[in-house]
Design a protein around this ligand. Structure first.
Ligand code: DGY
Length: 328
């Protein structure tokens, strides 16, 4: 009998056919609507594998009820939606999709920085609404990006790829990370700083750190007040790293100039959310890795990881390596 895979979102036909060659596949049929929690729990009870996305919560409740479950292929580099300890305890391998999305996500983070600095969304809306009457000297003038200082919090693969783009814009690159990144220092001239130094010096503060217990709420009132008044804050990692109320206050009271956000505490964020309503905020619906090529590559990597598990090989991008010692 083929192993049963439950896929929690509608996926393109080409990936579905690949899965169907080796697995019995059951799939939540909607692309934009999340599988209800009850349905996910129910499907997981009989599945041998899950192909999930970042908004699916995979926790003790789910793992403890899913006797057959051997592997979860989570279509994201981040895995803050997964309780890794619970997964390992129940012998479930958790795989993610790093590397294949690095450049695409860095492109988006840098595009968001440019769009926010140059007020591109506001300007496009201005034109669409018929407000453009004439060329005028200071109309919709933003701020330069080139030759400014970018401060990257979280110099992992995506952070380094953003730094490369910044180097192409002749920016000075400073960064803060758990550990020093010698390659970025040597190749891109990036300078390591404490978080406080970075916040005080950067014209653009770009958050690319993963969501962990240490980074949760890392940007609050105090951090925004340490930034320059003309600073622009970009978040392309995870919403809960930022205290959204504090960010709103900082933007309204002029502690910082603007923000570009691809991620929020609650996703989908309401269009009426006070942050989303601000003119000095560019808000996107978590599309960091959303190019067709990259999303397909992420799904292919998920399939490779499932294949490895069912062929008794170690998956390419296994997150909870301690699971290899379990008997399931
Ligand atoms: C990731 O890969 O972690 C992206 O944020 C998509 O969820």
């Amino acid at each position: 009998m083929k192993p049963l895979v439950y896929v929690t979102r509608k996926i393109p036909e080409e990936v579905l056919s690949r899965l169907q060659e080796n697995y019995e596949v059951d799939m939540w049929p909607k692309e934009e609507v999340q599988v209800p929690r009850d349905m996910l729990l129910d499907k997981a009870k009989t599945a041998d594998a899950l192909l999930t996305v970042i908004s699916d919560q995979l926790d003790e409740e789910l793992f403890s009820q899913s006797e057959h479950l051997k592997v979860v292929a989570n279509m994201a580099v981040g895995y803050d939606n997964v309780d890794l300890a619970a997964a390992s305890k129940h012998g479930v391998a958790i795989c993610n999709t790093p590397d294949v999305l690095t450049d695409t996500t860095a492109d988006l983070a840098f595009a968001l920085l440019l769009a926010t600095a140059r007020r591109m969304v506001e300007a496009a809306e201005y034109l669409k609404r018929g407000k453009w009457k004439s060329w005028s000297p200071m109309l919709l003038s933003g701020t330069d990006v080139h030759h400014k200082t970018i401060g990257i919090i979280g110099m992992g693969k995506i952070g380094t790829a953003v730094a490369k783009r910044a180097a192409g814009f002749d920016m000075e690159i400073i960064y803060h990370n758990r550990s020093r990144h010698e390659v970025a220092e040597e190749m891109l001239g990036a300078r390591y700083c404490t978080k406080e130094e970075l916040l005080a010096e950067a014209d653009f503060v770009v958050c690319l750190a993963p969501l962990t217990d240490e980074t949760k709420g890392m940007f609050g009132r105090e951090q925004f007040q340490q930034m320059k008044k003309h600073a622009i804050f970009i978040n392309a990692s995870r919403g809960p790293i930022v205290d959204e109320e504090a960010l709103y206050k900082a933007l309204v009271e002029g502690d910082i100039a603007a923000a570009g956000l691809d991620v929020f505490h609650e996703e989908p964020v309401s269009p009426d959310h006070p942050l989303v309503q601000l003119d000095n905020v560019v808000a996107l619906p978590h599309i960091g890795s959303a190019s067709r090529e990259t999303r397909l590559a992420m799904m292919e990597l998920c399939c490779d990881n499932l294949d490895a598990i069912f062929a008794d090989r170690t998956p390419k991008t296994l997150v909870n390596k301690d699971v290899l010692n379990s008997n399931r």
